[in-house]
Write a protein that binds this ligand. Structure first.
Ligand code: ADE
Ligand code: ZN
Length: 337
């Protein structure tokens, strides 16, 4: 079938998703199912009531409810079901490759073993590759509100699973927790051959993006919206072709932008920044990747060429091999033609 309008093209074009927290894909219906299975009580009566609670004042008010929701994840099967549901949903949006964050400390701090967490996610990942033809990678994300020693201990715990992990990231409460706090653990991760990324410039200032580049030597910045306040930083990001994994619906829900018509993504793309579109925590922010594309594109703020460029950027910014990236970029051009 030949794609008709822009929404059809957005759906049809192959995409990589590079900024997705697996715990952020916990839909309220699954939350209830797992709470029942694990005999845990929720403070909400229904999925509708849960969704009503998703009105956030900013990042911290979201994180409080995100960690609360994640507490229903206890058994390996729970992590499997969570990840399997994401893969199925993402495949429907024609996501062909995903690089997925998981937050082990959100679970090990509750007594859930690291092996349980990664075992369930890994099994779903292998199944998704076999049944959906969708590839993925895992990025172990450190919680930045905890101290560096906790991150270092988490990295130690992860070592037996080194082959299942592609990289490390940094997420959770940004303000007051600059990247420099994690300089040593990132250096160790890099020495192990792990790729490095970090959330920076979502709520935090441009200095945190500089810190992620210089102290953590990251290969991608997650979010990075606030780079726009620092012209020298934008120049550096453009010159180094540093990917920024933007999350438009997240930005709207967490009040990083006042409304979608004011989202800076089209201007960032025009400025030559290597921006990508992602869904962050889609169960909490009201849409998976295609909804994020459509939200930015509304009001003709993105052309078909822009969408094609964004899809290409998603593979260029991925940790796939150069040959795999080139294959997907050629596939995008075929769909566009
Ligand atoms: N953890 C899950 N989603 C996050 C976000 N958008 N920023 C920081 N930490 C997160
Ligand atoms: Zn995020």
């Amino acid at each position: 079938m030949r794609p008709q309008g822009l929404p059809d093209f957005i759906r049809a074009v192959p995409k990589a998703e590079l900024h997705l927290h697996i715990e952020g894909t916990l839909e309220p219906e699954l939350m209830f199912r797992l709470a029942k299975r694990n005999k845990r009580k929720l403070r909400f009566k229904s999925a509708a009531e849960v969704r009503k609670a998703y009105a956030f004042a900013g990042l911290q008010s979201f994180l409080d409810i995100y960690y609360e929701g994640a507490a229903v994840l206890i058994e390996e099967e729970d992590f499997y079901d969570l990840a399997a549901a994401y893969f199925k949903r993402a495949a429907a949006d024609n996501v062909r490759h995903a690089e997925i964050f998981f937050d082990p400390q959100a679970h090990t701090s509750r007594g859930v073993p690291f092996a349980t967490v990664i075992g369930g996610i890994r099994r779903a990942l292998v199944d998704a590759e076999a049944t959906l033809g969708m590839t993925s990678r895992l990025i172990l994300s450190f919680l930045r509100h905890l101290d560096e020693a906790d991150a270092a201990a988490t990295l130690d715990t992860a070592l037996p699973f080194r082959d299942w992990i592609t990289g490390v990231g940094l997420d959770s409460s940004e303000l007051g927790h600059p990247p420099e706090k994690f300089r040593t653990v990132f250096a160790r991760a890099r020495a192990l051959g792990l790729r490095c990324v970090a959330h920076a410039g979502e709520e935090g200032p441009p200095a945190y993006i500089w810190g992620a580049l210089d102290a953590l030597r990251v290969e991608r910045i997650d979010h990075g919206n606030r780079c726009l306040e620092d012209a020298a930083l934008v120049d550096r990001l453009v010159a180094r072709r540093m990917p920024l994994t933007l999350c438009p619906l997240s930005n709207l829900k967490l009040k990083v932008v006042p409304d979608m018509a004011a989202h800076p993504l089209p201007g960032m793309l025009a400025r030559g920044l290597l921006v990508t579109i992602n869904s962050d925590d889609p169960a909490y922010f009201g849409g998976y990747i295609n909804e994020n594309f459509k939200a930015v594109a509304a009001g003709e703020r993105l052309s078909a060429n822009d969408v094609r460029q964004l899809a290409k950027n998603s593979f260029t910014a991925s940790f796939l091999s150069a040959a795999d990236q080139a294959r997907w970029i050629a596939a995008i051009d075929r769909v566009a033609a």
